[in-house]
Every structure is written in C-alpha cells, then in structure tokens.
Ligand binder design. Structure first.
Ligand SMILES: *Cc1c(COP(=O)(O)O)cnc(C)c1O
Length: 456
C-alpha cells in the first residue's frame, strides 16, 4: 500500500491554545440562569463549585485561550494523538469515500477525558483546592479525574452510577489504583442519595443523580470543589485540542473533511473534534458538516426538546438551555454508559439550532456490529460509546458509495473498549438487545421541565 496510514505530529506541534467557538458564533448562546431568580448567573454564583479560572473560561468570548505549560507537560505523555486513514475499512465497505479517524484511546485512561481532567486538576490545585468530587457513568471520567488528581496531589471522590459500578469492576479498581475513592450512586452518603434509595432501594442510578450527590458534597466544604467531565463550556473548550491537532494532520494528508463525526453523550468529544472545523468554516474557510451520533435509547438531540433545564436530577445546578429529555429521565441501562445523560451541552445544542450541527441516533446492537467490523479491519476495539461514531462514519461512507461520491470523512474514536469486553461478550452471545426508553416516562419527565418565561 503506497498511501500513508498514520499521521503523527511532533511534540512541538502540540497546540498551545484552546479554541473557543463562542468567539465565532453568529449569535451568542442563551444565558445560564439562576434557578431561583431566573436571572443570568454571575461568576460568584458558580464560585462554590469551580475555581475562578475555569469560571472565566466558561463565559469567555476570546477565540484563543492559552494552555498552561504544566498542562502541556502532562499532555506530552500521550499527545499529540495519532490520526489514521482507515484504508482497510474503506475497502471492506467498497466505498469511494476516504475515512480518517482521530484516536483518543492512547491516553492513560483510554479516552479523550484526560484532555479536560488534567487542566481542571491544574486550575483547582492552583486555587488551593484539596479535594475534588465528581460523578462517573461508565467510569471513564472517574478514572481520568483520579489520574489527574494523583499527578497534581488532589484527593478525588467519585460517585459512580450504580449499573456501571456493577457492570465494570475494573474501572473502580483503576480509580483506586490512582488513589481515588469510588462510591456507587445513589449512595447513603448524601441526603439526595438517601432520598432516592428510600423510594427505590434498587435504583440503577443515573448521571443526573450522581451529579446531584457530588454537588451536594462539594458545596459543603470550603476545600472541596466539583468537577464535571462533559457538557460545560470549559470542558468543550479543553477538548478542542483534538480538532486542532486533526486540522494539522488533515493538512499533512493533503485532504480536508466534508463531514466530521463524533458520538455525543454530553457533547464534549464531539465538540472537541468538530468545533475547530465549524469555526474554520464560520471564518470563511472550507465548510465541513458536523454530525453528532447519539444512542436511540437516550436521544437528547434528536428526540429531546430545546428548553431550559437542570443539569442534575435534584435541581441543584443552574438552568441551561439545551436539548433535553428532562432531568427526571432515567435512561435504560444500555452499555454505552458515557452516553446515558438526559441533556446535551448548551453550545452543541445552540449550534444545532443554528444549523451548524446535525444529529442522528442509532441502536446499540447496530453500533456494536459497526465496532466489530471496525476492529476486524483497523485493529482497535472501540469503546461502546465510540461505536456510535464508527456507525455514523460507516453510514456516511455507504451513502457516498450509493451516490458515487469520493467524500472525505473524519470521525473521532473517543476511546478503546478494553474495560468493556463484558458488553462485547454479551453481543457475541446474542444477549445484547436494543433497550428502549418508556415513552410515558419521557412524557412525564418533559412535563416536569422548569417553567421559564419566553422572554428570558
Ligand atoms: C464519556 C465518553 C463519551 C461521551 O462523552 P462526551 O462528553 O459526549 O464526549 C464518549 N466516548 C467515550 C470513550 C467516553 O469515555
């Protein structure tokens, strides 16, 4: 094979800044509101939860924000991350399309999440914080924050969603290896956790509940802050290192994507790879379609409503306008735990409203099928979440085949599936089914959305 397969950047080509899409949007995203007053929240409202540097990034409209040198120094452990051309997958599909993927599974945690865990730990440490509390779904975020905490000398406590805690014992072992403490959520350690367990002692948990538990603990102690692994503007900002590297690598390949694809749970890896390309188009450069792929069992972008909602189940967070299934929605226990969130990042939702982002939903069995085809041609076994991006890319490649178009497809392979082999086992045993949510539960959850007047 004469054409190149792997595109690597040198360490000194690692981006020095994060890209903030808020500088280029034709219309600013709707304000975040205080749930009591319905007035826009100010930096001080968020201060009990986050250090000021992160709050300033949350509201910044500067196009470029410098990546601190100690953060870049840790990133050198695995960044710049490789970009591959999927020659064998193209051949297997018989498509005229060129398929590239940016692989984030080379990080110590095995996914893109350390891209934000490291700077979050850095800014908290710099602000004198001693302890970070967080939630985790599949365990990827908890692992990443545990890793970051160990490097920066911060104590880390993780509320892991009960179903994942039971399904993925190795994730917990990994968090403990990094010195973190991991608790199944709902737990008896918080008032909110106890209230949930009182109603249903066998509650499978949800990200919304785990967030409430973590926030409840964080606001109780001066030396403790909260960290979120997705959804927030500063998290999406940190992930843009993915797309910026990919832009350099596409230049090396002398090519440019017609479409960029990512799986979307809270929206951070999707935004990370897509926002730099969207921004390039907004500033007059070549336009790239951006396609978010979500699970059919938790379809916030494709089935949710665009409305103000809480980020957690107890209603402790500020209100953000986003595509949401309602904060009372408990998604079924399918295997892409990282995609089981009721809402979507406000910036991704806003971009969808502006027509800058498209979305599609697929069921889990067809996504595993896509992931297995990918593994057998490209060698990497994707995380169940990433399988959604693989499925999206394969469908685009098959469309190119039908239409006889030699388009360029770029997708984000957000992580490897080495801790998810139990779900692959189930897939091969024919025991994996397409879980669907209860329509009545969804309707009820949407009815419970907070009432915010149109005028705000
Ligand atoms: C957490 C996770 C996701 C989903 O989170 P986003 O914020 O939507 O990126 C996707 N893939 C992997 C591997 C994850 O760990």
């Amino acid at each position: 094979m004469s054409e190149q397969t792997k595109y690597l950047l040198s360490e000194n080509q690692m981006p020095r800044v994060w890209y903030n899409i808020q500088a280029d949007l034709p219309k600013p995203a709707p304000a975040v509101l205080h749930p009591g007053t319905l007035q826009p929240v100010g930096p001080d409202d968020l201060a009990p939860l986050f250090p000021m540097e992160l709050i300033m990034q949350e509201v910044s409209t500067e196009r470029e924000i410098e990546i601190p040198e100690p953060v870049r120094d840790v990133f050198r452990l695995w960044r710049p991350a490789p970009l591959y051309r999927a020659h064998r997958l193209e051949k297997a599909l018989g498509t005229p399309a060129r398929i590239y993927y940016k692989y984030e599974g080379t990080s110590p945690a095995g996914s893109h999440k350390p891209n934000t865990a490291i700077p979050q730990a850095f800014y908290n440490k710099a602000a004198g914080v001693k302890r970070l509390v967080t939630e985790t779904g599949a365990g990827q975020w908890g692992t990443s924050l545990a890793f970051a905490g160990s490097l920066f000398g911060l104590q880390v406590e993780v509320f892991q969603v009960r179903v994942s805690y039971d399904q993925k014992p190795y994730r917990r072992a990994m968090m403990e290896t990094y010195g973190a403490r991991c608790v199944a959520s709902p737990s008896v350690e918080t008032a909110f956790g106890r209230s949930v367990l009182e109603k249903n002692p066998n509650h499978p948990g949800s990200l919304g509940i785990a967030i409430s538990e973590a926030v409840e603990l964080a606001v109780q102690r001066e030396d403790t802050k909260y960290a979120l692994g997705s959804v927030l503007n500063h998290v999406l900002l940190h992930q843009t290192i993915i797309g910026q590297e990919a832009m350099e690598q596409m230049k090396m390949a002398n090519d440019w994507p017609d479409v960029v694809i990512g799986c979307a749970g809270g929206g951070s890896n999707f935004a990370g790879i897509a926002f730099p390309f969207i921004g390039h188009g907004l500033r007059g450069g070549q336009k790239t379609r951006a396609l978010a792929v979500e699970p059919a069992a938790c379809p916030s972008l494709t089935r949710g409503v665009y409305a103000y909602d809480f980020g957690d189940t107890a209603g402790m967070t500020p209100l953000t306008k986003m595509h949401t299934l309602g904060s009372q929605f408990t998604p079924p226990g399918f295997h892409a735990g990282g995609l089981r969130y009721h809402g979507m990042a406000s910036l991704v939702s806003h971009c969808k409203e502006l027509g800058l982002v498209e979305a599609v939903a697929y069921n889990q069995v067809e996504c595993f099928e896509a992931g297995v085809l990918f593994a057998r041609n490209e060698g990497i076994v994707p995380a169940p979440e990433s399988n959604h991006a693989v499925k999206g890319a394969i469908e685009e490649a098959l469309r190119c085949k039908r239409e006889g178009k030699a388009e360029t497809i770029l997708f984000g392979l957000s992580g490897h599936g080495h801790f998810d082999m139990a779900s692959y086992q189930k897939y091969f045993a024919g025991e994996l089914t397409d879980e669907s949510y209860n329509e009545a539960d969804l309707a009820l959850s949407l009815e419970g959305l907070p009432k915010v007047p149109e005028s705000v």
